[in-house]
Write a protein that binds this ligand. Structure first.
Ligand code: SF4
Length: 281
């Protein structure tokens, strides 16, 4: 069977506080973090796809990349929307099918022109269905998940697809959903208000994968609510310590950033618990 080529494109960040454009050069890095969404999506493709991931914050998207692709998949936050528009225009000029997902299309898909297929919200259930429909010629314009998927369905991110040394930190996602609803934050729109977490085994597999791929830099633990998930987070940290001790590797240096990130997230998201007992820490 002839393999198809899927090009995963992460559009460029506009210059903002979070782009860290002017500080990264002093660290010898191109970008602060990779696209965890695209890395995770990559592991949902069947084996009859060749994959190539282009993070435009690390290197330019070339015409040769677009020429190679059968399918162009993008993941975009709002701050990347202008770059997304350029990516879509170039891909369509090259005659490619364009798929768009991520926080920006999830909220504003009706404002985004020329995209062939939108995958809104979380895609563990919709993406395999979309690929099957595409194969059968029955794909529709819009895919919306029927329900929030359990994070136990979420595969390991394909960190091997990126030049890890180009990044300041590697990302691991522990939970989705938050019982709070801060007005500036779109987490509840994306993931709902009931926290869901990965299992300790999933997280340990992700830590181990990064270690085995040679990563020794800092880790950013993505957790929507370390207060609401306090018990699960503590269980994970205990499991991580036990695992690291059992492995007897040179751990303190790689462990410290994970703790400091956990502390940062915990303190930055600290808010009083809501009245609903189900949501109490
Ligand atoms: S507590 Fe954090 S994750 Fe939850 S809504 Fe507020 S800012 Fe967003």
């Amino acid at each position: 069977m002839t393999k198809k080529n899927a090009l995963l494109v992460y559009p460029e960040f506009a210059t903002s506080f979070w782009s860290f454009k002017f500080t990264l050069q002093y660290l010898g890095k191109k970008s602060s973090m990779p696209s965890l969404g695209l890395l995770t999506l990559a592991n949902m493709f069947p084996k009859d796809y060749n994959l190539r991931l282009v993070d435009m914050n690390v290197r330019p998207l070339t015409d040769a990349d677009l020429h190679w692709a059968d399918l162009v998949c993008t993941s975009t936050m709002i701050v990347q929307r202008k770059s997304l528009a350029h990516v879509i225009a170039r891909a369509k000029r090259a005659g490619k099918l364009v798929v768009a997902g991520g926080p920006h299309p999830t909220s504003y898909w009706e404002d985004i022109a020329e995209v062939d297929y939108f995958l809104l919200g979380e895609v563990e259930e919709t993406f395999p269905r979309f690929l099957r429909d595409l194969e059968h010629g029955t794909a529709t314009h819009l895919y919306v998940p029927r329900e929030k998927p359990a994070m136990t369905q979420t595969p390991l991110p394909r960190y091997d697809l990126i030049p890890m040394r180009a990044y300041g930190s590697m990302l691991l996602q522990f939970s989705r959903g938050c019982p709070f609803d801060c007005e500036f934050c779109d987490i509840t729109k994306l993931y709902g208000r009931v926290p869901r977490t990965k299992t300790n085994e999933q997280m340990l597999a992700e830590f181990s994968l990064l270690y085995d791929l040679g990563w020794r830099g800092s880790l950013f633990l993505v957790d929507d609510n370390f207060i609401g998930n306090r018990r699960e987070a503590l269980r994970l940290l205990r499991a991580l310590i036990q695992h690291l001790c059992a492995c007897a590797r040179s751990l303190p240096a790689s462990l410290t950033p994970a703790y400091s990130q956990a502390f940062f997230i915990t303190t930055s998201c600290a808010r009083p618990a809501p009245r609903d007992p189900a949501n109490r820490p």
